[in-house]
Design a protein around this ligand. Structure first.
Ligand SMILES: Cc1ncc(COP(=O)(O)O)c(C=O)c1O
Length: 408
């Protein structure tokens, strides 16, 4: 029985995974072109404008608005919907803080609901049960790149006359029933932060097919200006969320690889599903026949520690990393973050809403805890590897299963 790498044995990986981010002369030339153009600011005819159009078209959407980051994208989208004090937005409890904090930014209340047991995406039935007369929107997060149940969420949102917004920070190029995500509801938001599946270090995007929403979001992101109007006329409340030309140029180059990279991650993800499902105690994040492509910001699987001699997730992850498999931490449940536990979030609210009980914070959220405490996330660059790399990931986990007692 081969010894675990964490105990001095040879690692399960025979070669390195691709290093992220990936770049070549396309990015070099794009940056140089911006430099020499002396047009360093987002303007008409700019790289950022070209990127907005290309990214929106790639996702089958009419409009794209490039912004400074993925958090800003949600803030601008919610502000463009006119959200404010007294409103509520339904948000999954297993996500990055930005999905909820962006709601607070507008002065509205993020109402947290649990995710489904095996998809770790918002549970549509719990989302519907949380709707009140104050609810203005549901935010679906496509966790790890896996689309949430867009059929059911769209149906619920339409039946209740509220908006569906997709936080697609993890899901560039993911597809539901053959259609790219991001515009199933009112719109979708993306992040181009360094770890994401295309990046300029930071960056964000809002896409939509709705002309009025686009007009309000574009104005909000540019100090309340309106296209075609005098530069110093400001029509609505807005701020400066514009993306720089440097980032627009780099992202235009990154976009040329997205299709091929997404296809590769999806294919490797399905191979890993088959390989890891054969290991007792490992359950990959559930897929769904309606997911025709998963962009895989991460490859997520559940570990039943009982099948691994009772080792903790921290011991499992340390052993896996020693075998040469890169991981990233799952998200802690939002309701457990200090900002919610301490009550600090209430300072963003006003009137009766600031004083109300917010009983949802006392819910047990079993599946958010499952995501937080019992899943392992393999980073997206590993899924850009080849078939042998996927077999080596499975071999590393089998090795941990065989040697689990040594980790105790
Ligand atoms: C689900 C989700 N939403 C929003 C964001 C915010 O994106 P950014 O870091 O670009 O602000 C992130 C970033 O990690 C995220 O994971």
């Amino acid at each position: 029985m081969p010894k675990l790498a964490i105990h001095g044995g040879a690692s399960a990986k025979s070669k390195a995974f691709p290093i992220w981010p990936i770049y070549d002369d396309l990015e070099r030339e794009a940056i140089n072109e911006v430099l020499e153009s002396r047009d360093w600011w987002r303007d008409d005819g700019s790289k950022t404008l070209a990127f907005e159009r290309a990214f929106a078209a790639f996702h089958g959407a009419k409009h794209g608005i490039a912004v400074t980051n993925g958090t800003a994208a949600i803030e601008v989208a919610l502000a463009a919907m006119g959200l404010g004090a007294g409103d509520e937005v339904i948000v999954p409890n297993a996500t990055f803080v930005a999905t909820a904090s962006a709601v607070l930014f507008t002065g509205a209340l993020p109402v947290l609901v649990d995710v489904s047991a095996d998809s770790y995406c918002i549970d549509p039935e719990l989302a519907e049960a949380a709707i009140t007369e104050r609810t203005k929107a549901i935010i679906a997060v496509h966790l790890g790149g896996r689309p949430a149940d867009l059929d059911q969420l769209k149906e619920v949102a339409e039946r209740h006359g509220i908006a569906l917004l997709e936080d697609a920070a993890h899901a560039h190029g993911s597809e539901w029933r053959g259609r790219r995500i991001g515009s199933f509801g009112l719109g979708g938001t993306f992040s181009f932060q360094a770890s994401k599946t295309m990046t300029a270090g930071e960056g964000g995007m809002i896409i939509s097919n709705d002309d009025e929403f686009e007009r309000m979001a574009r104005s909000t992101h540019d100090c309340g200006r309106m296209p075609g109007e005098w530069f110093y006329s400001h029509f609505i409340y807005g701020s400066n969320y514009r993306l720089s030309e440097w980032q627009g140029a780099v992202l235009l180059a990154q976009l040329t690889r997205l299709d091929e990279q997404t296809a590769r991650r999806h294919m490797n993800g399905r191979l890993l599903d088959r390989l890891l499902s054969e290991i007792p105690g490992i359950s990959p994040q559930s897929q769904d026949a309606r997911i025709t492509r998963n962009g895989h910001y991460a490859y997520i699987f559940h570990v039943d520690s009982g099948a691994f001699a009772g080792v903790s997730i921290a011991q499992f992850v340390a052993a896996l990393e020693a075998e040469g498999i890169p991981t990233q931490a799952p998200y802690p449940p939002i309701h457990q973050l200090d900002v919610f536990r301490s009550g600090a979030y209430r300072r963003r609210l006003s009137g009766a809403q600031a004083e109300a009980a917010h009983d949802f914070l006392d819910a047990p959220f079993p599946n958010s805890w499952r995501e937080s405490d019992e899943t392992v996330w393999i980073t997206q660059n590993a899924l850009l590897g080849d078939e042998q790399d996927m077999h080596e990931i499975a071999a590393a986990i089998r090795k941990i299963a065989e040697n689990a007692r040594d980790l105790l």
